[in-house]
Design a protein around this ligand. Structure first.
Ligand SMILES: [Fe+2]
Length: 283
């Protein structure tokens, strides 16, 4: 994972890069780290992938953003994630809240590294989610450089399919890579590329998905119909409940929580309609 400020400097000319740059700037504008005048330059340049907002800023005598890492970015992300999760009402909320203390103790830097899915999709996802949750999204961007993004490879490739295998990444905030593994609890971020089908699967861990983007499609039994849900509609999966996600036109970005049994593996549940679901678009 690269420094989040680099999303502001996505290469000129790359398709959609103007929007990525504006999307990366927006959360920082919302918390005052970028002035309204500077943010306006990024907004105007958003529709022009080849236009360099830094050149526009210099021309207008405005400062080019220098977004050095915020102090304690992991703690800031934990606090923002916890604050968001405490606002949600859903089955299992008590289990989730019990694992999120006000003071989690010192958070340690993780062994971060580059991840192709996070590099490609985190910026656009935060660009979408930033208008709803500016503080949380600013915290995500500020911490992203210190997170270890993992593309899970424990599913059999032919069962989970290439699209999901190549198109997702997750990062623990409290969990395997954080100093809380002994708690048997995991809080993290989960990212999936637009349009991807995460096929039917289940696991022992009780699970909360708290999507920050949407809409996305869901079902809770192989062969059943999809239900389309918007951003901020929490999904609670009791132990071994089957679940499937069809990602919509924007990247899927959620906070996830596994409240126990985090080391027991997930398994794919066969269904005969995956080709049809992989071929549809929720747009
Ligand atoms: Fe799950």
């Amino acid at each position: 994972m690269t420094d989040p400020s680099l999303f502001l400097h996505t290469p000129l000319g790359q398709a959609g890069s103007g929007r990525v740059r504006y999307g990366a700037a927006w959360p920082f504008g919302a918390i005052g780290r970028i002035s309204a005048e500077v943010l306006e330059v990024y907004r105007i340049a958003a529709a022009h992938d080849a236009r360099d907002p830094r050149a526009d800023l210099r021309e207008r005598g405005l400062p080019v953003p220098d977004l050095a890492a915020m102090p304690d970015p992991l703690r800031r992300l934990y606090d923002a994630a916890r604050q968001y999760l405490l606002t949600l009402d859903h089955p299992g909320a008590a289990e989730v809240r019990a694992g999120l203390p006000v003071d989690p103790g010192p958070l340690q830097a993780q062994e971060a590294g580059s991840n192709a899915v996070a590099d490609r999709w985190l910026g656009p996802a935060v660009g979408v989610a930033g208008s709803d949750q500016p503080d949380l999204c600013a915290a995500i961007l500020a911490a992203a450089d210190g997170l270890r993004w993992v593309t899970y490879d424990a599913y059999p490739r032919d069962a989970i399919g290439d699209a999901f295998a190549n198109g997702h990444a997750f990062a623990s905030i409290l969990g395997e890579d954080a100093p809380f593994a002994a708690r048997d609890f995991d809080l993290g971020l989960f990212l999936i590329a637009p349009g991807t089908l995460y096929r039917d699967h289940c696991h022992a861990a009780p699970e909360l998905y708290a999507p920050l983007t949407g809409p996305h499609g869901w079902r809770f039994g192989p062969g059943g119909p999809l239900t389309v849900k918007p951003a901020h509609a929490p999904i609670w999966n009791p132990p071994y409940q089957p679940h499937l996600t069809k990602v919509g036109p924007v990247p899927f970005l959620c906070l996830f929580v596994w409240t126990r049994d985090v080391n027991l593996p997930a398994r794919v549940l066969p269904a005969d309609d995956w080709p049809a679901l992989e071929g549809i678009s929720l747009e």
